[in-house]
Design a protein around this ligand. Structure first.
Ligand SMILES: N[C@@H](CCC(=O)N[C@@H](CS)C(=O)NCC(=O)O)C(=O)O
Length: 194
């Protein structure tokens, strides 16, 4: 039985979906309704992941892995070309994934929960961290000229920010377009839209 990746279309689980395709790993894509927590085809997602949020990856022995950082790091372990190379490579990846998860990703639900007139400070925090990453993007990807799973995560965050009307500092708009054009990204977006 192949692995199952539980995703809510367009949400952060898109990063894991892209990374699984980039890694060429066999898996079944399983759609979860973000609001009702129902699994497409039947079943309660909370029984899979009691935290109730996506993503979750179920292995063929029934083990369940949750959290973007853990799933993306696991995918990079299966496909080492999707991790930064060299001294501290694996830990540089964890450093970047943790930064995106805690400083960027988790600010969005809080930002969206606030009335518009109170969103300003959170938007400033988000802009600051996008600016920080924009400043260190000297090459095509976060870790140079090779795409890693951290790019899948940042792609989903920048895509979400652009949809919310954030004006992303250069070179992030170019970065977003470059990653959007990758065949695995287009395949994941098509699958999620179906
Ligand atoms: N800490 C989790 C957060 C995941 C998360 O926030 N997932 C959102 C979509 S981006 C979700 O499923 N929210 C639904 C909910 O919380 O009910 C991770 O990084 O995996």
């Amino acid at each position: 039985m192949p692995m199952k990746l539980f995703c809510a279309p367009g949400f952060s689980s898109l990063a894991d979906h892209i990374a699984m395709l980039e890694a060429g790993l066999p898996f079944d894509f399983v759609k979860v309704d973000f609001e009702t927590k129902q699994i497409e085809g039947g079943g309660d997602y909370v029984a899979v992941n009691p935290k109730g949020y996506v993503p979750a990856l179920i292995f063929d022995d029934g083990a369940v892995l949750t959290e973007n950082v853990a799933i993306l790091a696991w995918i990079a372990d299966q496909a080492p070309s999707l991790a930064p190379q060299g001294h501290l490579g694996r830990h540089r990846l964890i450093e970047m994934l943790s930064f995106i998860a805690s400083e960027i990703h988790k600010r969005f639900p809080f930002y969206l929960s606030l009335p518009e007139e109170l969103q300003g400070p959170i938007q400033e925090d988000l802009q600051r961290w996008f600016g920080f990453l924009a400043d260190r993007l000297e090459d095509d990807y976060l870790f140079g000229d090779a795409f890693t799973v951290a790019d899948a995560y940042l792609f989903v965050m920048t895509r979400g920010a652009a949809e919310l009307g954030f004006v992303l500092p250069q070179p992030l708009p170019d970065y977003l377009r470059r990653i959007d054009a990758r065949p695995a990204v287009q395949a994941a977006l098509r699958r999620e839209a179906a």
